[in-house]
Design a protein around this ligand. Structure first.
Ligand code: TMP
Ligand code: ASP
Length: 238
């Protein structure tokens, strides 16, 4: 069966139900706009499992997502949405492209979270944009930009608090939003160590895709550790 869409880390398939898609998590990993590539056995499974648990936790805290149901080892069933072509990044601590662009040392905490938008375009390497760019490019209206920012900050508070309870510092993350048929904007795509920076609170050890980006080794051990802590948090029991 042909996917409706194939990205770097996931494929989307139509199901028998018109409004439900199957989202398959791949083992392929890319970094730096696919300049660097690798396959990690079990990445698809780990990211599926982590996204499922985090989506359920977020839903319990009142954050709407496109999750419909669990699928299998590497698949989630999701509601069909129109993905907004704006990626939303929230940063609590300097790292990655922020540190590089601004010359601020990695690990410097921010007084307040920073929200950033980028244009979802592999061709252009997801360039940094602002509300005016989004409006001009027809990616999102001014009101939608404000809504994305507000929702992203709520997601940040919920995730930050949750991860802290399991000994993880949420440094930053990237999320995407989609529009349901009803017009409502909900969290979509994935929330996983591919899309979040997570450091051990005690040791500062990186447990996310930076292990791959920076050739730190034991990449899947990091993801497995994140899943283990979420599963053992006791907050989620299915
Ligand atoms: P950055 O510091 O490289 O801009 O990344 C910020 C956060 O966004 C980090 O948690 C990794 C995540 N991210 C993605 O999920 N996809 C991407 O394409 C990029 C560039 C970053
Ligand atoms: N830039 C993404 C990352 O480093 C992945 C990619 O674009 O290939 O997370």
């Amino acid at each position: 069966m042909e996917p409706l869409y194939e990205g770097k880390a996931k494929r989307l398939y139509q199901t028998d139900e018109a409004e439900i898609l199957r989202m398959e998590f791949k083992d392929e990993a890319t970094a730096f706009n696919a300049e660097k590539k690798a396959v990690f056995e079990s990445k698809g499974h780990l990211n599926k499992a982590i996204t499922l648990l985090l989506y359920r936790m977020l839903e319990e805290k009142g954050v709407k997502t496109h999750l419909a149901a669990d699928g299998d080892e590497v698949n989630l069933m999701v509601k069909k949405v129109e993905i907004l072509m704006v990626e939303v990044i929230v940063r609590n601590v300097a790292a990655g492209s922020f540190s590089k662009r601004l010359g601020v040392a990695e690990g410097t905490p921010f007084k307040q979270p920073i929200v950033e938008f980028s244009y979802k375009s592999d061709e252009l390497g997801d360039p940094l944009i602002n509300d005016d760019y989004a409006r001009e490019m027809g990616l999102a209206t001014e009101a939608e930009c404000a809504e994305l920012k507000e929702k992203a900050l709520i997601v940040n508070e919920v995730l930050k608090e949750f991860f802290l309870k399991v000994g993880l510092r949420l440094i930053d993350f990237k999320i995407e939003f989609g529009r349901l048929n009803s017009g409502e904007i909900v969290l979509a795509d994935e929330v996983s160590p591919d899309t979040c920076r997570l450091w051990d609170v005690e040791t500062g050890k990186k447990l996310d895709k930076d292990r791959f980006r920076q050739d730190l080794g034991n990449v899947m051990e990091g993801y497995q550790e994140v899943l283990r802590r979420i599963e053992e948090s006791g907050e989620l029991n299915s």
